[in-house]
Design a protein around this ligand. Sequence first.
Ligand SMILES: Nc1ncnc2c1ncn2[C@@H]1O[C@H](COP(=O)(O)OP(=O)(O)OP(=O)(O)O)[C@@H](O)[C@H]1O
Ligand SMILES: [Mg+2]
Length: 402
Amino acid sequence: MDPIRNPYAPGAGQRPPELAGRDEQLAAFGVVLERVANGRPERSLVLTGLRGVGKTVLLNALRSQAIGRLWGTGKIEARPDQSLRRPVAAALHMAVRELAPRHRAPDRIDAFLGELKAFALRGNPPTAKLRDRWQPGIDVPARSGRADSGDIEIDLVELFTDAAGVATDVGTGVALFIDEMQDLGPADVSALCAACHELSQLGAPLIVVGAGLPHLPAVLSAAKSYSERLFRYQRIDRLDRIAADQALCAPAEREGVEYEQKALDALYEQSGGYPYFVQAYGKATWDHAPRSPVTAADVRVAAPDAEAELAVGFFGSRFERATPAEREYMRAMAALSGATGADDPDAAVPTAEIARSLERKPASLSPARDALIKKGLIYSGERGTVAFTVPHFGRYLRTQPA
Ligand SMILES: Nc1ncnc2c1ncn2[C@@H]1O[C@H](COP(=O)(O)OP(=O)(O)OP(=O)(O)O)[C@@H](O)[C@H]1O
Ligand SMILES: [Mg+2]
């Protein structure tokens, strides 16, 4: 069918034509926003899940929801080895700019922006030459005295409190969205938890909404033991059959296209309900199908194309980030998860077994394992085991020649 009208959207962070199966999370977040804006105690949301399950897309949808309720919002994508200061400053700048037109006292906005600038400038090393210093794009003079102590924990508490104060004036709140949250450094995680803790005790309307890989809760509780009481963890998973069908059928229907039941059976078998795969197989099938209704035969003909796309865009691009030693490690993992987890292609594997199969001492493999965790390719959900963050990655590796 006409590729120009193809509605499906495989790709990182690509907004799907139909956000299927996430009503529960959207509804829960609506309640959180109302409660927080009214000064009621409420835990913030942290979305966790494997690669490609739709965390970024859902985070963006939650942000739209907050904007719809006139909240000030900002978003950060955490990166390993990057301090939180600059991105937090930029995100809160954005959030307060959204609130400013409704605020009656412009000098209060300027006072906050001055504080924000001082906070951001603290991120420059004291020894940096003037021309190397980073300048935030805030055109009011920096105001010293708050949020500029240099201790990130103290500074975040003060900055968040004052941002929340601006939002209180206009009767809403501030929501800070942090994607890839597992990549924050330990000091930043700890400061962020402390700031959220403080703000929730004050009943101040500022919340942090995070998204990250399945081991994010462990990262947070390693920083602060009370983090479990601070955040409500929502596991974002594959779509069930009804939601996966809806993700395919609703956009097609808007183009006057239908699926035969057997076509939907075949698509679910291929995608396993993983949102990225739903989009990829849906897209290839549309391009191959000559007409509506789409048949199971169309799905079969299109599958190799979808697989080839995924091999390059979803699996291959990630595999290429690994060094030879790390690839060897992942191949051993894939072979073991294929052997042990026959009914779960993404089963976790004991690290001791990986060492045994490579005939190496476990300690000698730690650098490869740690580097793969840092690159976000594997994670350790349970002590002594590792699993792929990318669904079906083991299966993909097993089909690749060594
Ligand atoms: N609820 C949904 N219904 C249908 N399609 C979806 C849904 N959520 C996400 N998708 C599709 O899945 C793909 C992956 O989404 P997204 O990039 O948000 O995943 P992610 O969990 O953030 O992945 P990563 O961990 O790699 O960042 C996109 O193509 C998106 O359109
Ligand atoms: Mg993402």
